[in-house]
Design a protein around this ligand. Structure first.
Ligand code: HGY
Ligand code: MN
Ligand code: MN
Length: 416
């Protein structure tokens, strides 16, 4: 299989310019982005991506989950495509690179192939997955999960946001309810470029993360039911305080994660206090827990310890307790052949690199179930992500896109 020459590199300035242009859509309040899935801002970002794909001569397809597939023809139309990409949706206080680097890095690969007049035997597909973040509609990686057969589409359509709006209705409202049956598109391989969202690569001064595995995740939603009462005139022994119960369970989350150090992580993310009045004892508190670990058995142990501990706390405080699993995925081992293509590309280009386990979840974690997949990571400043201050350098972005170019084009096979 012929590989691209080590002199073949992308246009880092053009990639950086495109990232900056996309970041103007759905601006945050502190330099990052708020382009949550299926909002008008998401729709505007999708349309900009669509215009860029049309300008690059790509054929766009949209599936029934709104995922966008931009196709660059290969010399063998029936050959299964090599897919590259990630997601354009962001957290409410997200950075401008999480997901976007992977989608626009994929577009840059195609733009470079066009510049150089390179043909590949296999088609190349640039993808923008719907709702990777799972912040407006849980769970994360929703569309890639339906594509991989993990979630049922009707269940996904019925997911609601905090205002009770349905995923399916919002997808239709923004005009991205496509015709293509989700999952119908078969793939030869998938490569996803993404920022690390952690500190390892920057701390070690390494250019490229060769992602061999992704850790698993369990998302729980806890509902505590107490009794609303006056914060001033209600004697302490007579209180059924959902706020107190929540505080004790949140501290328990931290204790469980630390008990499974050094790899386990745990935190809450979303917290609603009802009625959220400064002089009413909370009658109901709803919050989400995010547990992660590379070992599935440890995740199960953490969830078991949480359930037992929360029941004991609810018992002692007289609170009603409901715990619902609202998201989960097993640890993933990426495809050896694809990982090797990434490692070879980094070596050919002379980049420092190391194997790494992804701390965050990504669409590639689900797609690896239906097509050989691997990921490429670049460092990010202070390992910070899911924060508007998320930052990377143009050099890091360019190096990541170069590795993506070489891994994808080698797998798609250059036609002399
Ligand atoms: O939650 C995650 O790991 C991803 O950022 N959606
Ligand atoms: Mn992401
Ligand atoms: Mn993210």
């Amino acid at each position: 299989m012929s590989a691209p020459g080590d002199n073949l590199t992308v246009n880092g300035d053009r990639l950086w310019q495109s990232i900056d242009e996309m970041a103007q859509i759905g601006p945050g309040v502190a330099g990052g982005n708020n382009r949550q899935t299926l909002t008008d801002e998401d729709a505007e970002g999708r349309r900009l991506f669509g215009r860029w794909c049309a300008a690059a001569g790509l054929t766009m397809g949209v599936d029934t989950m709104g995922t966008m597939f931009a196709l660059r023809a290969g010399t063998e139309p029936d050959a299964l495509p090599v897919m590259i990409g990630s997601h354009l949706d962001t957290q409410p206080t997200g950075g401008r690179y999480d997901g976007v680097l992977g989608v626009l890095g994929g577009l840059e690969v195609v733009r470079t192939l066009n510049d150089l007049g390179i043909k590949t035997r296999r088609p190349i597909l640039v993808v923008n997955w719907t709702n990777e973040e799972g912040t407006r509609f849980a769970p994360a990686m929703l569309a890639s999960g339906v594509f991989a057969g993990v979630h049922d589409q009707a269940w996904a359509y019925a997911r609601t946001d905090a205002q009770g709006k349905r995923f399916g209705d919002e997808l239709a409202r923004i005009g991205f309810l496509g015709e293509e049956p989700v999952g119908a598109r078969k793939l030869h391989a998938y490569f996803e470029l993404h920022i690390e969202q952690g500190p390892i690569l920057e701390d070690e001064g390494i250019d490229i993360g060769v992602v061999t595995h992704g850790q698993g995740l369990s998302w729980l939603q806890v509902t505590l039911t107490g009794k609303e009462a006056h914060t001033g005139s209600t004697p302490m022994p007579k209180r059924v305080d959902a706020g107190l119960g929540a505080a004790r369970i949140i501290e328990l989350v931290n204790r469980i994660a630390l008990a499974h150090a050094p790899l386990a992580v745990g935190a809450i993310g979303h917290l609603d206090v009802h009625p959220n009045s400064r002089n009413i004892i909370p009658g109901r508190v709803v919050f989400t827990i995010d547990f992660r670990h590379p070992d599935k058995a440890v995740i199960a142990a953490m969830v078991g310890e949480l359930r037992a501990g929360a029941e004991a706390i609810a018992g002692r405080t007289g609170l009603g307790l409901e715990i619902e699993q609202v998201g989960a995925f097993d640890p993933v081992t990426f495809d050896e052949g694809c990982v090797l293509a990434v490692r070879r590309a980094a070596e050919r280009l002379g980049y420092t690199h190391r194997d790494i386990v992804s701390g965050a979840g990504h669409d590639a974690c689900w797609i690896n179930r239906v097509a050989p997949s691997a990921m490429i990571m670049c460092p990010c400043v202070d390992g910070l992500s899911h924060n508007e201050a998320e930052e990377i350098s143009k050099e890091w972005a360019t190096a990541g896109a170069n590795v993506l170019f070489h891994a994808a084009v080698e797998t798609a096979e250059i036609v002399e």
